[in-house]
Design a protein around this ligand. Structure first.
Ligand code: WTA
Length: 670
């Protein structure tokens, strides 16, 4: 396990002075005046009435039949939420809004080259029904898992919602993942229907996306029966070829036959899975985080309402990708369940120029803006003159995915929010389904650098490595844990209950007990709680890295590197990066007979791109003579991390050869 260090704040003079004089920022009056949650009693109400109070969240949804039990905790950690209730997620996101707002825009899509689509709730209803009919036509039945490998185009939310309509769990694989990563996820889910597209635009270039599906079909063990192929333009891209003996089906051709089709939404049990989302853990194999229908949707919807403060009349924009959990919860399910207008953008933030984000904000008059600290740091580096050229006015802004440094927070507050927008820093994970630690923005003051207070009813704590709670205000950091279940929590790791228990519960729970009080969820993050109750998140403590808000497993990277023939041993360490938060450094020893060369380095990078995706590219590949190993042969990544970050070396006494780290340091010549 990594040691926990408190990050030091680096600041320039003016910002430092400002932050030193002001620790808290009051939410602007104009925000408080209209906020969706202004009753401070909400915290006590959830505390005193846990878990029943979560019925308030579920009541934001439309149910076919109401639940009997809010929480069944008789078999921890396999908790059941809103047991006995039935509902359909696509009805909640679409059908129920039609009487009141069928002509209102649901999805506002902006393509990178400037093409746009406004999809009203009525259009979304039509397109989701027709796509559901396409699924049925190709044989998708309730409980079949469909894999979606799509970029940020309307086909992605439409494919999700239509799968939900027929009760087929979707497994969306981020479009940036490679063919191999796609194949691994298809195999793990044993999914024989894949949805993809011919291509999409990125920095002005048309990327061939179908090529990845072609290759994934070769690599996967699963016999994929059907690949539904969307097209990005009116015509299929001329470079894309389809032969008659492959499993591709042109979605548009089937859609044409299905015009006007209506597909009855399947009534799903609250506990029936809605989707899988693969995420990195501490082994080389990604795990399929399985989310339930009722609890997940209640959590995503309630937090969209009370944390993101979304109103149906708002134009809301979350700049995440729908291929990650943030997009699932806070572009698709939460916002659409509230009947709002959700913006999607296909491309890069600097295409064609660095004003693109603010141009879109101005064009659509966005009210609520949601992005990552990596993006904020990038905007900051580009300079405040850029947003200053555009006319936009946010009421509410969110950050998610990584800790935000107080300096970046203040810059965001002043230069993007104009000092008059509220900011929420939301801590949560793929596994938690929705926000767990973040302020209800009208009720708590903002504190730059701290995610804030727990969401009502959520019970986080900080434990030392022995599992003893650390008192708040003691300034000691420790393991962030959650002491009781919450509605959006994962059900299990798909097909692997053992791994679910091992990864999240084993360390701090009494796993032979059926008393839920003995079960504690380990988040894998380090945190510290100040005496004012605010939680500050310090980053991952396990072998998971957070690269520009993308979650990557060190073991996944290492196994990709190990595929290269020349490589004897490999270890990956996180290097702190001013913009991306962390970037991977790869340390490698070569087999006898192989020489250090640019070609070997290139092969290592290529292998990571092939196995995971280009977004996982390492910052450095260091070819070294030896790796720091203990006497029992374990590689000490922690020491490599010290080297990457040019820090003093930690304890080297357990090393077989304590001089190795210094020799590596000299070799890589900082
Ligand atoms: C990190 C993304 C600090 C954390 C929603 C967590 C954060 C991991 C914050 C989950 C935040 C997320 N402040 N760190 N506000 N939000 N994290 O599964 O390390 O992609 O464990 O979910 O991101 O990443 P994931």
């Amino acid at each position: 396990m990594r040691t926990i260090s408190m990050p030091e704040d680096e600041s320039d003079g003016a910002i430092e002075a400002r932050l030193a004089e002001q620790e808290y920022f009051r939410p602007p009056t104009r925000f408080v005046g209209q906020a969706n949650e202004t009753d401070p009693a909400v915290y006590d109400r959830f505390e005193e009435n846990y878990p029943e109070a979560y019925a308030e969240w579920a009541d934001l949804l439309e149910w076919d039949s109401r639940w009997d039990t809010v929480l069944d905790d008789s078999n921890p950690p396999f908790y059941e939420w809103f047991k006995g209730g039935t509902l359909n997620a696509s009805v909640n996101a679409i059908d129920r809004h039609l009487p009141e707002r069928k002509d209102q825009t649901a999805l506002l899509w902006e393509g990178e080259p400037g093409d746009t689509e406004r999809i009203a709730y009525q259009d979304l209803y039509r397109r989701v029904n027709e796509m559901a009919a396409v699924y049925q036509e190709v044989g998708v039945r309730e409980d079949d898992i469909v894999t979606l490998h799509l970029p940020m185009v309307p086909a992605l939310p439409i494919s999700m919602l239509s799968a939900a309509r027929i009760g087929a769990p979707h497994s969306a694989v981020f479009g940036g993942f490679s063919a191999q990563a796609l194949a691994d996820r298809i195999d793990d889910a044993d999914s024989d229907v894949v949805v993809t597209i011919d291509g999409y635009y990125r920095r002005g270039e048309f990327l061939d996306h179908k090529a990845k599906a072609d290759e994934a079909l070769e690599l996967a063990e699963t016999d994929v029966e059907t690949v539904l192929l969307f097209k990005r333009e009116d015509e299929l891209h001329p470079d894309v070829e389809i032969t008659s003996d492959d499993p591709y089906v042109l979605v548009d051709e089937v859609l044409e036959q299905k015009q006007g089709a209506r597909v009855d939404p399947v009534e799903r049990d609250a506990e029936d899975p809605l989707f899988l989302m693969y995420t990195s853990g501490t082994t080389g194999q990604p795990k399929g985080t399985q989310h339930r229908t009722g609890g997940y949707l209640a959590h995503a919807t309630a937090t969209s309402k009370y944390v993101l403060d979304i109103e149906p009349e708002d134009t809301y924009w979350c700049s995440a990708d729908i291929g990650w959990i943030t997009g699932h919860s806070y572009i698709v399910y939460g916002p659409l369940s509230l009947g709002t207008t959700s913006v999607m953008y296909e491309g890069a933030p600097d295409a064609p120029d660095k004003g693109r984000i603010w141009e879109i904000a101005e064009k659509y008059d966005v009210d609520i803006f949601h992005t990552s600290p990596t993006a904020v740091r990038m905007f900051m580096e580009w300079g405040e003159e850029i947003p200053a050229q555009y006319d936009f006015d946010f009421r509410h802004m969110t950050t998610v995915g990584e800790p935000i440094q107080p300096e970046a927070w203040l810059w965001y507050y002043e230069h993007i929010g104009g000092g008059d927008a509220v900011i929420v820093d939301t801590w949560w994970q793929t596994e938690t389904g929705g926000h767990l630690i973040t302020n209800l923005p009208a009720l708590k003051d903002m504190k730059p650098g701290s995610a804030g207070h727990p969401v009502p009813g959520i019970k986080p704590a900080v434990y030392d490595d022995q599992g003893h709670p650390i008192e708040k205000g003691s300034a000691r950091a420790g393991n962030l844990v959650i002491e009781r279940p919450w509605p959006g929590m994962l059900q299990t790791v798909y097909g692997n209950d053992e791994r679910f228990i091992d990864e999240y519960w084993r360390e701090f729970s009494e796993t032979d007990s059926d008393d839920p009080a003995d079960w504690v969820y380990k988040a894998g993050d380090g945190a510290v709680q100040a005496d004012d109750g605010y939680f500050r998140i310090l980053g991952r403590l396990d072998d998971v890295m957070n690269v520009a808000g993308h979650r990557l497993g060190t073991m996944e990277l290492e196994s990709a590197v190990a595929e290269v023939e020349a490589v004897a041993n490999a270890a990956v360490a996180g290097r702190e990066d001013p913009q991306k938060g962390t970037v991977p450094d790869v340390y490698v020893t070569l087999r006898d007979g192989y020489e250090e060369s640019e070609a070997v380095r290139a092969e290592i990078v290529a292998s990571i791109e092939d196995q995971i995706g280009k977004f996982a590219r390492p910052a450095n590949v260091w070819l070294v003579e030896e790796l720091p190993q203990t006497r029992s042969g374990k590689i000490m990544r922690r020491l490599l991390e010290d080297i990457s970050n040019d820090e003093e070396l930690g304890n080297t006494t357990t090393l077989r050869d304590p001089s190795v780290p210094e020799r590596i340091r000299e070799h890589i010549d900082h």
